[in-house]
Ligand binder design. Sequence first.
Ligand SMILES: [Zn+2]
Length: 160
Amino acid sequence: MRIGQGYDVHRLVTGRKLVIGGVEIAYHKGLEGHSDADVLLHAICDALLGAAGLGDIGEHFPDTDERWRGADSLDLLRAVVGQLADAGYRPLNIDATVACEEPKLGPHRDEMRTRLAEAAGLEETAVNVKFTTGERMGFVGRGEGIAALAIATVSHTSSP
Ligand SMILES: [Zn+2]
């Protein structure tokens, strides 16, 4: 069994959709980025890649590559799980935290969990998403951006 961690931040701007954990959330701002800027999915992808010793999503999906412009980050997660499989690893569980002052994300937790589990090929009980705020401190607390942290375990598929 191996373990990996991931961290990501994106700036909140007007004129963008807010997509977190594969769920579009009604809000007057969204996250800025080359893809859909799904901060939670990017942290999870990095945790999985890290666990398998496969680098980070910046290497695999560079923001200079037009293929990933506006990309659905659930597709990035599916691609990462495919890369893990090629390297002989499968995800075991994912735990993540999103730090966001506004909007309230709790009502979207179950839908995020369902989408993340489906894309990662895991049972929903193997995917956990938690929410916190910045307590009005720092860039999260001022609503300038959203941060996400994730941890993932993977096992080698040839292991018993
Ligand atoms: Zn990102």
